[in-house]
Design a protein around this ligand. Structure first.
Ligand code: FES
Ligand code: FES
Length: 148
């Protein structure tokens, strides 16, 4: 039975060898903030951090995670990006938003003052069917400005 460290807590998880990290998070651990949209690694909705790196949990097998630390949107509830997304009105249906915030958290951690091009590059794997991209940029720039 593999162990999984999620948001600082250790869990025993089980399931078939082909079980994905996204399924384990949502169905076994009840962490439904991680969304599954395409389920094929194309949209970014399922993005979580694995040892700090944005990772598509729908195409990551839970057995492959090992003892690396997983951070989901639930583990980022106090991150300033959450408030910045609300203030910038950076969501419509909100389905892509957890993945957007997870990816953006890695960006502002590694690059506290990103240019717009840096943001577009870092966020390119996170699609938004509602087209909120300009507002997402605004939210990320606001967090960067506040960190000054
Ligand atoms: S649901 Fe994982 S990339 Fe789309
Ligand atoms: S807010 Fe609807 S998909 Fe992004």
């Amino acid at each position: 039975m593999p162990e999984l460290v999620v948001n600082g807590e250790r869990h025993d998880v089980e399931g078939p060898a082909m079980r994905t990290l996204a399924e384990t998070l949502r169905e076994d651990l009840g962490l439904t903030g991680t969304k599954i949209a395409c389920g094929e690694g194309h949209c970014g909705a399922c993005t979580v951090l694995v040892d700090g790196a944005p990772t598509l949990s729908c195409i990551t097998l839970v057995h492959a995670v090992g003892d690396r630390e997983v951070t989901t949107i639930e583990g980022l509830r106090d991150h300033p990006l959450v408030d910045a997304f609300v203030r910038a009105d950076a969501l419509q249906c909100g389905f892509c938003t957890p993945g957007q915030i997870v990816s953006a958290s890695a960006l502002v951690r590694d690059q506290p003052e990103p240019a717009r091009d840096d943001i577009r590059h870092a966020m390119a794997g996170n699609l938004c069917r509602c087209g909120t991209y300009p507002k997402i940029e605004e939210a990320i720039l606001a967090v960067a400005a506040d960190a000054d």
